[in-house]
Design a protein around this ligand. Structure first.
Ligand SMILES: O=P(O)(O)O[C@H]1O[C@H](CO)[C@@H](O)[C@H]1O
Ligand SMILES: [Mn+2]
Ligand SMILES: [Mn+2]
Length: 393
């Protein structure tokens, strides 16, 4: 019999909690997503995360340190050499990325661009490192006239194609992205993700990106704990971007979402269902709407909005449920640039069954989460990660 019938992992995308020991290698010294947001807001109102021990990990402005948290708390260090979403999530599920994904800070090579232009019959604009909201301001009006494709990248291994929905129909954009995916899976150029970035609007003042974003990720390089769960007949339910991040590998059911609040709604409804296994939720707005936009106040508000919904979550959790709230990397909205930051991530662990509480040891890899899940369901243990299941009583 498993200790927990259901384990729920929620990734608050990019909610880091302080520079990692190797932050210098990533040019991220001094970053702390949560702390700096709490300072920018002159205090965060996070009563539920407070009860779980968030400020016990790192004292945040407005969030009290509690003597008796509801569960267990710690922080986790990323072992892989990357600070992108795929690396973080794959590590949570037991993989280590030892060779960084290829990045293209000066744009994609000519031969690749030519292949895409030939396939699509459209010219490519941009082909540089950019912020997605800025580059559509810069080229959107021109795209409306010419039908060219807007292509950009970031510090991550991503190829992003922005297209006005009324100019380049979604289906066509997705077909182009699928082509880009197929030609960058192996061989000369290996790109972590191709991302379709549709938007709407009439001019640069009102262009807005739509929820029709679609990510085409590489398949994980090896089997993850999700594969192990699936192979053993357990549920492995993906909410939000999770299906895309794993390219569907080890996913028994996927629920798409349009926002953080939609993600929480879907998660809360799922709690009413009977299943044995994992639910894995990603809340991407923290990262895409606020972290990359360097909007510390918006980020803080989104955290408060999330916190408020935890009351409903707690009310629905049963004795044999285990909840783990964590993150995949940082994205300090007060830091220079617009990229992710190499940080520790918080890990807050709760079950109504707990009779004890407190700090557990610092985790040296995110894979400890995957190892704990694998041990609980007695499925194949990942190569990396140490289970902390025995600490949870
Ligand atoms: O600026 P936008 O388009 O939001 O792009 C961001 O989103 C990408 C994928 O998460 C990141 O690599 C970063 O480039
Ligand atoms: Mn992320
Ligand atoms: Mn991001």
């Amino acid at each position: 019999m498993q200790k927990f019938k259901r384990i729920h992992v929620i990734v608050m995308d990019s909610v880091g909690i302080g520079e990692a020991p190797d932050a210098a290698k990533f040019d991220d010294v001094g970053t702390n997503t949560l702390l700096h947001i709490s300072e920018a807001k002159h205090g965060l109102n996070l009563p539920n995360l407070e009860k779980l021990g968030l400020s016990d990990i790192c004292k945040l402005e407005g969030v009290a340190i509690v003597d008796k948290p509801m569960g267990y708390y710690t922080k986790m260090q990323e072992a892989s050499c990357g600070k992108d979403t795929m690396t973080g999530h794959w590590e949570i599920m037991g993989l280590h990325i030892n060779k960084p994904f290829q990045v293209f800070p000066n744009g994609f090579p000519k031969d690749l661009i030519e292949q895409i232009e030939n396939f699509s019959g459209r010219k490519i604009l941009g082909n540089c490192t950019a912020s997605g909201t800025e580059i559509i301001k810069q080229y959107g009006e021109r795209q409306m006239k010419t039908g060219e494709l807007i292509m950009y990248t970031s510090a991550d291994s991503v190829m992003q194609i922005a297209a006005h929905e009324q100019v380049i129909p979604l289906e066509e954009l997705y077909k182009i992205c699928q082509f880009c995916r197929d030609i960058t899976k192996d061989g000369k150029y290996i790109i972590g993700r191709i991302i379709a970035r549709p938007y709407v609007g009439t001019c640069k003042e009102d262009f807005t990106r739509t929820p029709n974003r679609h990510d085409y990720a590489l398949k994980p390089f090896d089997k993850t704990v999700m594969n192990a769960l699936q192979d053993a007949g357990f549920a492995s339910i993906a909410i939000g971007k999770i299906r895309d991040i794993f390219d569907g590998e080890g996913v028994t059911r996927a629920l798409r979402t349009t926002s953080n609040m939609d993600g929480i709604d879907k998660f809360i409804s799922l709690l009413d269902e009977d299943f044995t296994g994992l639910s894995f939720t990603n809340l991407v707005d923290f990262d895409s709407q606020y972290g990359h936009r360097r909007d510390a106040i918006g980020y803080g508000n989104a955290l408060e909005e999330f916190d408020a919904r935890l009351t409903e979550v707690f009310a629905k959790l049963k004795d044999d449920d285990l909840l783990m709230i964590t993150a995949d990397h940082g994205n300090d909205p007060t830091y220079k640039g617009t990229d992710h930051t190499r940080e520790f991530v918080p890990l807050l662990i709760y079950s109504p069954k707990f009779t004890q509480y407190g700090k557990i040891d610092l985790r040296k890899t995110f894979s400890d989460v995957g190892a704990t899940i694998a041990e609980n369901f007695a499925v194949k243990m990942p190569k990396y990660g140490q289970s902390f299941l025995d600490k949870l009583i």
